[in-house]
Design a protein around this ligand. Structure first.
Ligand code: ZN
Length: 321
């Protein structure tokens, strides 16, 4: 859709699915509370644009993350008629019960590959995080809701630096042993590079072949889409992104927004990879949320428009020289 090419880049998959995380990862780090009706309008706009998998909210403690205190109301307001998969982050049994009550399509549990970030992010060692997931898996199972697993700091840790590939493999194996095979590798603070993506995707494919991997990059150092490109060459077909490039992580110093959804869809379109997303409509959603946020967002295609957007010649002043 909206592509200006029919030619698919060699080695790329035919189609990928976009997981929109702006309503959760993006808005969670915003200092100002975004009103519930604006959040619902954002999610519904994204579904209308063709996004079929969204991380809508987080059932964390309202005291810890006040921005997400309306999790159940947001889910109740979302248009479910188009069959979009709506997921939510769930940190503990209480969150799992609330998420089940709100009928999420999947619960996402999360832990960091590095011990220091896990301590900072959820205030407990990794071992204890894993133990806690057993309760969540049980509650989700009783409600017939699948559980996905996110691995944060998968490409580097703001406190420890390099994160060994073995740490990611260990978390992925622990998830698999609990029956969780839909995984995402989170580049929480934008430390991923294309070679690290290649190394980690290959290591996981070897060590945990039953895992279905998604990639989640932040564009902190400007190489978010280059990392997606590396993932595409490894055959990865799920990418998490945030409309307008909203986002960051309040518990990681200097983290900036996710890879921007429109920029990602634009690149995939122009590489001949199908996403099912209508770029023009997506740009509309992005400009709307920019107005709501009241600041310039980092997305680029939302400013420049699609590739073949043309202008009347009198729209630009003629240069004298
Ligand atoms: Zn993130």
């Amino acid at each position: 859709m909206n592509s200006t090419t029919n030619h698919r880049l060699e080695g790329f998959p035919e189609a990928v699915s976009i997981v929109e995380v702006g309503p959760r990862d993006g808005l969670q780090s915003e200092p100002v509370f975004v009103p519930t009706d604006k959040k619902i309008a954002l999610v519904n706009g994204l579904i209308d644009a063709g996004i079929r998998h969204l991380e809508v909210t987080s059932f964390v403690s309202p005291r810890a993350v006040p921005q997400m205190r309306d999790a159940a109301e947001v889910l109740a307001g979302v248009d479910r008629s188009q069959g979009a998969v709506l997921t939510a982050l769930v940190p503990n049994a209480t969150g799992a019960e609330r998420a089940a009550e709100a009928s999420v399509d999947a619960m996402v549990v999360f832990m960091s590959a590095s011990e220091s970030h896990n301590l900072k992010n959820v205030n407990r060692p990794r071992e204890q995080s894993l133990k806690g997931f057993a309760d969540i898996v049980r509650i989700a199972g009783e409600a017939n809701i699948p559980v996905f697993g996110a691995i944060a700091t998968a490409f580097g840790c703001p406190f420890e630096g390099n994160v060994p590939v073995g740490a990611i493999v260990d978390v992925a194996r622990a998830y698999r042993d609990m029956g969780i095979t839909m995984l995402s590798l989170g580049d929480t603070t934008g430390m991923a590079t294309p070679p690290l993506v290649q190394e980690r995707c290959r290591a996981l494919a070897r060590a945990v072949p039953e895992a279905d991997i998604a990639l989640h990059f932040h564009n902190t150092r400007g190489v978010g889409l280059a990392c997606v490109y590396a993932g595409l060459l490894e055959g990865i077909t799920r990418y998490e992104a945030s409309v307008g490039g909203l986002g960051g992580c309040p518990f990681a110093p200097k983290a900036t927004g996710n890879v921007c959804t429109e920029d990602l869809v634009y690149m995939l379109n122009e590489c001949g990879v199908k996403t099912g997303v209508d770029l023009n409509r997506l740009i509309g959603v992005s400009r709307d949320i920019e107005t709501v946020m009241g600041r310039i967002l980092s997305g680029q295609v939302m400013k420049a428009g699609p590739r073949l957007e043309t202008y009347g010649m009198d729209a630009v002043a003629t240069a004298n020289g």
